[in-house]
Design a protein around this ligand. Structure first.
Ligand SMILES: Cc1cc2nc3c(=O)[nH]c(=O)nc-3n(C[C@H](O)[C@H](O)[C@H](O)COP(=O)(O)O)c2cc1C
Ligand SMILES: O=C(O)C(=O)c1ccccc1
Length: 384
């Protein structure tokens, strides 16, 4: 049997005791459920996107334009979703996307997420903008990667990387598409920005190089510390020729996140990067951008043989994961759905969302006549 489909049996069996799951098993409905349960500011921050929301819609539309073509009598009873990406073994080609400020939806924030992921062996990618310090999250976490918002001060950058390495983060994911926040009407209409309330600044406020640049401690002058944080992470003074700096300060694999053009993917490979995340940041940055999945086949064929290709932006179901794999991804990052799970049920909520996705993925894989991730290729899909 597939290792992950047991959650399906468990749910049905609990029905005999009149128990149903904590909240929906339909990941495409989680946003609507969260809308009823979350405070308006945090809900808008998580669910919202850039401008008119066109990119978020394009992300989902792009999945709908591919259809799966199942095969029969293929003996796919025994299945595994196990895979290894950039040296990290994982129980499925799924990681938790870096999502900052998780304490806005649940007080346990990234700690709860890390515990839920650890219980399943699923790797997390911890955001630079986490609500808890990276060392604290590391203690709660299983396999872990670190996402970097590349600070403008080399000393702070080097310090963050050293801390992450020491705390056991294995892969560095450098996000390139969010050097300033886009025009986000949901947040603007509510004048809601978590950082100004000193949420999501834990890594900086515990960093010696960051603190060295402050006249007073964050406890004595929070406003000044927050301003320093904002200026440190805003602005794009970076260029391709600065990547060697990261190499010097990080001796593990490096992945560039937010790649949407095949030429940028080639540049990443030429620069000796180990991987990319094809992503438009869940439609939160450039309104009217192309659906992330639309660019995946071209990018994967340009660089897939030279580097690991990961994907995010719009992944909701097992079928979505399979489509991304079929179109060239080695693994996907799950974004908003697990944050809805966190807000709805803390650690258990994240676990419910993750177990649901893995079960759905496992069942769909088997029903398509495939036994493992390595049996998924472009023959699984056709364009609608
Ligand atoms: C509330 C929120 C916060 C995010 N914070 C970060 C972050 O700190 N670093 C980062 O690289 N990406 C961040 N992202 C982007 C995600 O990593 C991912 O690219 C995106 O959520 C994928 O889209 P999806 O959630 O619609 O699937 C954030 C996304 C959301 C929704
Ligand atoms: O909101 C976001 O999309 C995001 O990536 C972010 C940026 C800075 C801090 C926290 C999250």
């Amino acid at each position: 049997m597939g290792q992950h489909s047991g959650y399906q049996n468990e749910i049905y069996l609990q029905g005999l005791a009149e128990k149903t799951p904590p909240f929906t098993t339909d990941a495409t409905r989680l946003e609507a459920v969260a809308a009823e349960a979350f405070a308006p500011g945090p809900f808008g921050y998580v669910a919202g996107g850039a401008g008119s929301g066109a990119t978020m819609r394009a992300n989902r539309d792009a999945f709908d334009r591919w259809r799966i073509v199942p095969r029969m009598l293929a003996d796919a009873t025994e299945r595994t979703l196990d895979t290894t990406v950039l040296g990290t073994a994982m129980p499925a080609p799924v990681l938790l996307a870096p999502i900052g400020v998780q304490s806005i939806v649940h007080p346990d924030g990234e700690l709860a997420t890390a515990r839920a992921a650890k219980a399943l062996g699923v790797p997390i990618v911890l955001s630079t903008a986490s609500s808890y310090a990276l060392e604290e999250v590391a203690e709660a976490a299983g396999p872990r990667w670190f996402q970097l918002y590349w600070p403008n001060e080399p000393e702070v950058c080097a310090s963050l990387l050293q801390r992450a390495k020491r705390a056991g983060y294995e892969v560095l994911v450098v996000t390139l598409d969010t050097w300033t926040l886009a025009w986000r009407p949901q947040d603007l209409d509510q004048a809601y920005l978590p950082f100004l309330r000193a949420t999501g600044v834990a890594n900086a406020f515990t960093d010696p190089a960051f603190l060295a640049g402050l006249a007073k401690s964050p406890a004595d002058d929070q406003a000044m510390a927050v301003l320093r944080w904002v200026s440190l992470f805003t602005g794009q003074d970076k260029s391709w020729d600065r990547l060697p700096f990261l190499r010097e300060h990080w001796d593990g694999p490096i992945v560039l996140k937010g790649i949407q053009h095949p030429d940028d993917a080639r540049r990443a490979a030429d620069a000796g990067m180990d991987g990319i995340v094809v992503s438009n940041h869940g439609g939160r940055q450039v309104d009217g951008a192309v659906g992330a999945l639309e660019m995946l086949p071209e990018i994967a064929s340009a660089v897939g043989s030279r580097m690991s290709v990961l994907f995010d932006s719009g992944v909701r179901t097992g079928a979505d994961v399979l489509k991304a794999l079929a179109l060239g991804a080695d693994a996907v990052l799950l974004g908003r759905p697990y944050v809805y799970g966190l807000g709805l049920g803390g650690e258990d909520g994240v676990r419910h969302v993750l177990r649901g996705l893995l079960a759905d993925l496992d069942l769909t894989l088997g029903l398509c006549g495939r036994r493992s991730v390595s049996e998924v290729d472009s023959s699984l899909v056709r364009s609608a």
